[in-house]
Design a protein around this ligand. Sequence first.
Ligand code: NAD
Length: 274
Amino acid sequence: MANQLLADKRGLITGALDEHSIAWKVAEEAHRQGAKFVLTNAPVALRMGEINKLAEKCGTIVIAADATSVEDLEKLVAQSVEHLGGKLDFVLHSVGMSPNVRKGKTYTDVNYEWMNKTFDISAFSLHKLLQTCMKQDAINDWGSVVALTYIAAQRAFPGYGDMADAKATLESIVRSFGYYYGNAKKVRVNSVSQSPTVTTAGSGIKGFDSLYKYAEDISPLGNASADDCANYCISLFSDLTKYVTMQNLFHDGGFSNMGVSEMAMQIFAKKEGE
Ligand SMILES: NC(=O)c1ccc[n+]([C@@H]2O[C@H](COP(=O)([O-])OP(=O)(O)OC[C@H]3O[C@@H](n4cnc5c(N)ncnc54)[C@H](O)[C@@H]3O)[C@@H](O)[C@H]2O)c1
């Protein structure tokens, strides 16, 4: 359904790796809704080549940038504004990776160099991107920035490792930058806390399949898909949500407000009876 919610809007979309990526779905939907945008990902991700297919489909370009490099981000933001012919109206931060999680290091046995990388890639990159945008005055008044996050920022999820701490920091940056950017330019900054989703980053989490099933069972609406997450992000980029800022918004089928479900109780009742 194309409502042209983003007609005349210009954006920057990070993190589309392959067709499963949440950012990929956001790009497809933003295109359907009339937006013009630039795609970016880390140089190593570009080598996979998939993102070029998305760029072709959306009639745009891809600019390589390591989200931890301020130098790369400065070029990215300047070149995006130049290519699009004007300042940005929306930015999607869809970047996350933990070397500890990827290499099977548990939370109580992390490699601290890797933990720094986890924070740099998954949290500080948002600060670096926003600071770069602000210094270049690259986002229009009432522009909208959305970062993707996960409920492990608030609750304990074994297997999510040091990503939980990075997401807590990311959500804090959303609040803090939301204050400064809101005051300066009415730019709003929010995070969307998404259900477990089958993507490269998601599936890398230890025990992801059980976690996915648990969340699916316990959430009254079930897990939210990547397509639905894209729709939610589009609504946040649109003018229909102009006064929403500094929020962590759960897009999770109700999971975040659940205690226990009847189905879960039945499973434990059966175990008791064994
Ligand atoms: N999949 C889930 O279950 C889930 C749930 C909640 C939130 N999220 C969040 O959604 C976001 C997108 O993840 P996804 O699930 O679509 O997986 P994904 O693997 O498709 O996307 C992660 C992206 O981060 C990019 N990236 C990693 N290091 C980078 C760097 N140094 N510079 C630039 N880009 C870099 C990767 O290339 C990739 O495109 C992440 O922030 C993730 O934590 C995912």
